[in-house]
Design a protein around this ligand. Structure first.
Ligand code: ATP
Ligand code: LTN
Length: 330
C-alpha cells in the first residue's frame, strides 16, 4: 500500500502559495492515484516552534481542517488529523533527535533564515523542527510526501534518518520520496517577488489569503509589482514579478508560459493582471463557498475523530516496533 502524507502548519490563514504549492496538488494526487492512501494533517506542534496566540491557534486549526476539504479533498479516501492529537508524533520526534546530529540540523536553510529574521527568542523546538517532521513521515511508512520546494532539505533529512536507523537497528522504516510539482512549487510575494509568499509574515500586501474578501484579492493582484518593460514574458531573473504572476496563471489554467506569452502579445500588463485577478478570484470564491458549508457542519469533527483513531492505531504500532529495536523499556 502506498501512503501519501503531508502537513500544513496552522500559523495563519493559508495563502495562494500554500494552495498552489500544496493543497491543490494534494487534490490532484488523490485523483491521479486511486490506489494510494492519503494522510493529511494539521501540523500544530510545528506551529508552536514560533510564538502563537492560543485562541488564534485554535481557530486556525479548525479553519485549516475545513480548508483541506474545501479545496476538494475527497473525505472517502482521506485520513485527516491534528498532529497534537496523535501523541506518537512527539514520541517519534524525540527518537529522531536521538539519531540526528547538531551539524546536520545547523545546515537547514529554513532554520537559518528564521533565526536571521528573529534574532532573539529562537526556541530549541525551531532547531529540532526537522526531526519532528521526519517523525511525522516515518511513523506511517509513507511512500510519497508532496510539498513545496522549500521543504526539500527537510525531506532529505527524513530519508537520511530512515536509512541511518535501518542500518543501525535493522529494517524499520520505509524511506520516503518527495513529490514536488514542476510549476508553482514556490509562489513569491506579490510586493517582493524575490521572497516566498508566506502566511506568517506581518506585512501582507503581497500575500493572498484563501479566506480574504474577493475584492481585496483582486486589488492585490492588480497592484502586484512588475517591471517597466510592459511585455508579458517569462524571465525569472530579470522579471521576477511578472514571472511569478505567470506561474500563478499557468498553475491555475494549465496553460504553458509560451501559451500565455502569445495570448498577451502586444497587450500590456493591465489586461494580463485583470484576467489573472478574475481567474484567481473565481478559484478562491469556490473554495470559500465550500468552506462556509463545511465549517458549520458536524461532519468536520467526525472526520477528525476518525482520522485521529486511524492515525493513532498505525503510529502506535510503529512506535512499539521502534522502542523494541532501541531496547527501551522492559
Ligand atoms: P510559515 O509562514 O508559517 O513558515 P508556510 O506556509 O511556509 O508557513 P506550511 O504551512 O507548513 O509553511 O506550508 C504548507 C505547504 O505549503 C508546504 O508543502 C510548503 O512547501 C507549501 N508552501 C508554503 N509556501 C509556499 C509558496 N509560497 N509557494 C509554494 N508552496 C508553498
Ligand atoms: N515543515 C512543513 C510542514 C510539515 C510537513 C510534515 C510536511 C510538518 N510535518 C510532514 C510534510 C510532511 C512546512 O513547513 N511546510
Amino acid at each position: 500500500m502506498n501512503i501519501v502524507l503531508s502537513g500544513v502548519k496552522p500559523t495563519g490563514i493559508p495563502t495562494l502559495g500554500n494552495y498552489i504549492g500544496a493543497l491543490r496538488n494534494f487534490v490532484k494526487l488523490q485523483n491521479e492515484m486511486p490506489n494510494a492512501e492519503f494522510f493529511f494533517f494539521i501540523a500544530d506542534l510545528h506551529a508552536i516552534t514560533v510564538p502563537q496566540d492560543p485562541k488564534v491557534l485554535k481557530q486556525n486549526i479548525k479553519n485549516l481542517a475545513a480548508l483541506y476539504l474545501a479545496c476538494g479533498l475527497n473525505p472517502k479516501n482521506l485520513t485527516l488529523f491534528i498532529q497534537s492529537e496523535v501523541k506518537q508524533h512527539s514520541e517519534m520526534g524525540y527518537i529522531m533527535q536521538s539519531i540526528s546530529y547538531m551539524g546536520e540540523l545547523e545546515r537547514m536553510t529554513q532554520y537559518k533564515d528564521k533565526v536571521q529574521k528573529q534574532v532573539t527568542g529562537v526556541t530549541s523546538a525551531l532547531f529540532t523542527y526537522p526531526t519532528l517532521m521526519a517523525g511525522d513521515i516515518l511513523l506511517y511508512d509513507t511512500r510519497y510526501v508532496p510539498v513545496g520546494d522549500d521543504q526539500k532539505q527537510h525531506l532529505e533529512l527524513a530519508r537520511d534518518l530512515a536509512i541511518r536507523f535501518n542500518n543501525r537497528f535493522g529494517n524499520t522504516f520505509r524511506v520516503p520520496e518527495e513529490l514536488i510539482s514542476k510549476t508553482g512549487a514556490r509562489i513569491m510575494d506579490l510586493q517582493n517577488p524575490t521572497k516566498k509568499m508566506d502566511k506568517s509574515d506581518d506585512a501582507n500586501k503581497g500575500c493572498i489569503f484563501l479566506l480574504e474578501p474577493i475584492n481585496s484579492i483582486k486589488k492585490k493582484i492588480k497592484a502586484a509589482v512588475t517591471d517597466s518593460e510592459a511585455v508579458v514574458r517569462y524571465d525569472k531573473e530579470n522579471k521576477p514579478g511578472i514571472s511569478n504572476l505567470m506561474t500563478i496563471y499557468s498553475a491555475l489554467t494549465n496553460l504553458s508560459f509560451e501559451d500565455i506569452e502569445s495570448k498577451y502579445e502586444g497587450k500590456g500588463y493591465g489586461d494580463f493582471k485583470g484576467d489573472l485577478a478574475e481567474i484567481v478570484a473565481a478559484e478562491i470564491e469556490a473554495i470559500q463557498n465550500k468552506f462556509n458549508e463545511i465549517i458549520s457542519s458536524p461532519m468536520l469533527d467526525e472526520l477528525l475523530d476518525k482520522g485521529r483513531e486511524k492515525a493513532t492505531m498505525l503510529a502506535q504500532r510503529k512506535i512499539q516496533k521502534v522502542y523494541k529495536k532501541l531496547g527501551l523499556g522492559r
